[in-house]
Design a protein around this ligand. Structure first.
Ligand code: FDA
Length: 310
């Protein structure tokens, strides 16, 4: 409960324009703990660094809720540039995309611009043997994102596109079951947005219990699962679950965020688990950064100290 109140307070304060302006002006130094620079090359350098520890990468060009159709298409072009650059440097392009950043919900020439741009991105991933994960955003976007996932899997195959379910949403268990005919590659997360209690569980213990349920159900149904959490007790339980159920290490992976629990990422990789770090980069880092701060009280002190130091 306290966790939810804390998150609500931080995200509400962070949403105010004056706070945003101050943090944008003075916070880049601290934001770099969570964001791998502003350019494609700094992101690819981070991929190469992680490779040394046996950790794979999931690249994310930051940007969300972009307003004009032209900017959305330009954003999609930048994701294509990222994939081209990764491929040229011998890196398999594995990227995450927020459909709001490429035009989801905007109708252009009779079609949803988000889907049109997603087709270009997933098509390029297929060409390079890569993968695209459609990040999950706030709850009004869940229906359309899952519908577009269905379309994209139909056109390009589940080896090249997947999405995310959030255990804090009451609906996620039913959503998972409804996708089972596709055998989709899904990332399971707890959920990072400020959501009303009518749609999201307010008690952390319920979110955690829901998380385990989703992971176990998706594994039992024979699907590839991305266990995206830094929660060590969940990670331990998943390790026991896969052992007890004879689930092979190549049918799931652990995923964590860049800059968070690097020790744990390295340690799991050394034990032979597949581990992937989510590497965000780009100039539009503020909303992503705010959600990371809202996840952990100690992070607020980290930011304040960093900003005072300049
Ligand atoms: P929890 O919040 O319970 O934290 C467990 C422990 O992890 C903490 O005690 C702390 O030690 C550590 N920790 C967690 N967050 C930290 C932080 N910010 N700084 C320092 N330590 C921290 N969400 C979403 O809504 N849509 C999405 O598409 C995604 N995508 C995504 C991809 C990947 C790879 C990850 C790991 C996470 C996401 N998320 C997400 C975010 C997710 O919903 C959730 O907010 C965070 O993962 C934090 O929750 P945990 O599962 O780590 O557990």
């Amino acid at each position: 409960m306290i966790d939810q109140l804390y998150r609500k307070a931080v995200l509400t304060v962070a949403g105010q324009k004056t706070i945003e302006n101050i943090v944008r002006a003075r916070g880049w130094g601290v934001a770099q703990r969570f964001v791998a620079g502003e350019s494609i090359q700094t992101a690819l350098n981070a991929v190469k660094e992680l490779e040394k520890d046996g950790v794979l990468a999931n690249l994310d060009l930051l940007g969300e809720f972009i307003d004009s159709p032209e900017k959305c298409t330009a954003f999609a072009d930048n994701v294509l540039n990222l994939m081209d650059a990764a491929h040229a440097q011998g890196i398999r392009p594995y990227v995450s995309v927020k459909l709001s950043s490429v035009g989801q919900g905007k109708t252009v020439e009779g079609g949803d611009l988000g889907l049109t741009n997603a087709r270009r991105i997933v098509g390029r991933a297929k060409q390079y043997g890569g993968f695209v994960c459609l990040d999950m955003e706030d709850h009004p976007r869940v229906d359309i994102t899952l519908a577009q996932l269905r379309t994209l899997i139909g056109e390009f195959g589940r080896e090249h596109v997947g999405s995310v379910l959030q255990s804090y949403l009451y609906r996620s268990e039913a959503d998972r079951a409804a996708l089972d005919d596709l055998h989709p590659n899904l990332r399971i997360v707890k959920g990072a947005y400020l959501e009303p209690e009518t749609v999201a569980m307010p008690v952390k213990a319920d979110v955690d219990a829901g998380y385990r349920k989703l992971v176990y159900a998706h594994m039992k149904a024979g699907n590839y699962v991305n266990v995206a959490t830094h929660d060590e007790s969940i990670i331990r339980d998943v390790q026991h679950f896969v052992l007890a159920n004879g689930i092979s290490k190549d049918t799931f992976e652990f995923q964590m965020l860049y800059g968070i629990r690097r020790d744990l990422q390295k340690n799991l990789a050394a034990q032979g688990y597949r581990v992937r770090a989510y590497i965000p980069y780009g100039r539009d880092w503020y909303p992503y950064f705010s959600r990371r701060i809202a996840e952990r009280p100690a992070n607020v002190m980290f930011v304040l100290r960093g900003m005072v130091k300049g």
